[in-house]
Design a protein around this ligand. Structure first.
Ligand code: C2O
Length: 556
């Protein structure tokens, strides 16, 4: 194994998108940022230098960080922010993982522009458990919202906090940083983005990202959803793909004409260039199973065969409607872990902690807010309040008064989670963690409450992969639903969509000491408090406790 050194300079960079130029926060001047490439077992050392006027942290989303919680990155959870002019070295080893992940800023909404791919190759000499692709391509999906494009990200966050309203829709999604389609800026000034609400289900050719292919070759597409607030469909006209991996875990291969990927999730898909020539539309579009606060903006690119004549027309495609829940379900239900001899699936069968988390939105009074109240996010009726010093530091140094370890393992009162909202939508504020014994096994049934805006919540857990053993619509039934759990080959991942007015059950083993964030990966919900943390105690063995903090760990 190798030691891989990277330098991430966080700098402002004048960037032109949608016919406007403005300085955006980037890593090394790039949007999306640089790809971090490593092999399984490599030691990765990234020196992050903050040259902007904002506080910064970087999170290596999905990297297990065994015993190295100090390198995980969420601000005020595992570290204090890197202040302007300061630097911090993230030092971690990639253990037992290979595939595609992503890195992103983990403070405020900086990840809108500060994100990039993590590509982890198998150990030298170890083949993929699928036919070797001729080439690999990384495809980072993002969004550029009017808010941050025309104003500052900070202003958008403040607006979302003050009004308790979701921010306005994005101006466009992006494929590897390219929006589209939009016409020549000089001809019209204002970009025209495809809006497919009712009349538009056939998309226009694109001026954006081009994927160049050769007939007969196979490509491994590493698809990453780095968008801030949108679950996305991804489709290529005239081509199927074979899914082989999600969230850096291998899956049983399955063929599909559409990929569904939530923010924070990654999907590896094999594409065979089985046409002889031509241009084919690549389209991404948002999914939201209730059509409130629709964001119907999309982005397109082009798959182009080498032999294509310059003026040959693009083969177009249709995309599912925004609320195509059956399409997302079909995709999710097809995902199974590989469960081979080499990559066995080891679902914990005996459960030490059986937890039930309701995730959703509530309304709290707010003296400084426009309407005297605002929307909040909560888990088990607790709206998480960010501490002023990092939880991991408080835990490691035994600093009292920063958090309490009384996060409830069940919601406070039994109620009908998916029916009519209760008259009282008020939540309780707190910086609460749930304590897990080292190496204990955990099951969490995550129930979407569907109060206020019914919305699916992509829930992300730091520090672990979990098995997604079941899901359903409506209220979880503790008697009958567990009988249907898949304990044989459930997909293993780090981010899972909790369906609107439905539930998802996950299991994991708490084999990583430290403090680990769990939150909705829709940034607006995280900001509103839909988050909590697990505190996993040290083990007793010499290799089971968290390593001491690095010397340059930022202080608050
Ligand atoms: Cu991808 Cu806590 O984040």
């Amino acid at each position: 194994s190798l030691v891989r050194h990277y330098k991430f300079s966080v700098v402002l960079k004048n960037t032109t998108r949608l016919c406007a130029t403005k300085p955006i926060v980037t890593v090394n001047g790039k949007f999306p940022g640089p790809t971090l490439l490593a092999r399984e077992d490599d030691n990765v050392i990234v020196r992050v230098v903050n040259h902007v006027q904002y506080n910064v942290t970087i999170h290596w989303h999905g990297v297990r960080q065994l015993r190295t919680g100090w390198a995980d990155g969420p601000a005020y959870i595992t570290q204090c922010p890197i202040q302007p002019g300061q630097s911090y070295i993230y030092n971690f080893t990639i253990t037992g993982q290979r595939g595609t992940l992503l890195w992103h800023a983990h403070i405020s909404w900086l990840r809108t522009t500060v994100h990039g791919a993590i590509v982890i190759l198998p150990k030298l000499g170890v083949p993929y458990p699928f036919p070797k692709p001729d080439k690999e391509k990384t495809i980072v999906l993002g969004e550029i919202t009017g808010e941050w494009w025309k104003a500052d990200t900070e202003a958008v966050v403040n607006q979302a906090m003050q009004t308790g309203l979701a921010p306005n829709i994005s101006d466009s999604h992006t494929i590897n940083g390219h929006p589209g389609p939009f016409p020549n800026c000089s001809s019209q000034g204002e970009p025209r983005i495809v809006d497919f609400d009712t009349s538009f289900d056939l998309l226009l050719p694109s001026t954006g990202y081009t994927l160049h292919v050769e007939t007969g070759k196979t490509y491994l597409l590493r698809i990453i959803n780095a968008a801030v607030n949108e679950e996305l469909f991804f489709k290529i006209a005239g081509h199927n793909v074979t899914i082989v991996e999600v969230d850096a875990t291998y899956t049983k291969p399955f063929k599909t004409d559409i990929v569904f990927v939530a923010p924070g999730q990654t999907t590896n898909a094999l594409l065979t260039a089985d046409q002889s020539t031509g241009k084919y539309l690549i389209a991404i579009s948002p999914f939201m199973d209730t059509v409130v606060a629709v964001d119907n903006m999309t982005a397109t690119g082009t798959l182009r065969y080498k032999t294509t004549e310059a003026f040959s027309p693009t083969v177009l495609t249709t995309i599912p409607p925004q609320n195509a829940t059956p399409v997302t379900n079909a995709f999710i239900d097809s995902l199974r872990s590989l469960n081979s001899i080499q990559f066995p699936t080891k679902v914990p069968l005996k459960i030490d902690h059986s937890l039930f988390f309701t995730v959703g939105l509530g309304i709290n009074p707010c003296a400084t807010c426009v309407n005297g109240s605002r929307a909040v996010g909560d888990i088990n009726n607790v709206t998480f309040v960010m501490p002023t010093t990092a939880l991991l530091q408080a835990h490691y140094y035994n600093i009292s008064g920063i958090f309490t370890d009384d996060f409830p393992g069940n919601p406070p009162i039994p109620f009908n989670y998916t029916g009519n909202p209760p008259s009282n939508l008020k939540t309780m504020n707190g910086t609460k963690v749930y304590r897990l014994a080292f190496n204990s096994t955990v099951q969490v049934v995550v129930q979407g409450t569907a109060f206020l805006a019914p919305e699916s919540h992509p829930v992300h857990l730091h520090g672990f992969n979990f098995f997604a053993i079941g899901k359903g619509v409506g209220n979880f039934d503790p008697v009958n639903d567990p009988e249907k759990f898949n304990l044989v080959d459930p997909v293993e991942r780090n981010t899972i969509g909790v369906p609107t007015g439905g539930w998802t059950a996950i299991r994991f083993k708490a084999d990583n000491p430290g403090v680990w964030f769990l939150h909705c990966h829709l940034e607006v919900h995280t900001t509103w408090g839909l988050k909590m943390a697990f505190l996993v105690d040290n083990g007793k063995g010499p290799n089971e406790s968290i390593l001491p903090p690095p010397n340059d760990l930022p202080i608050c």
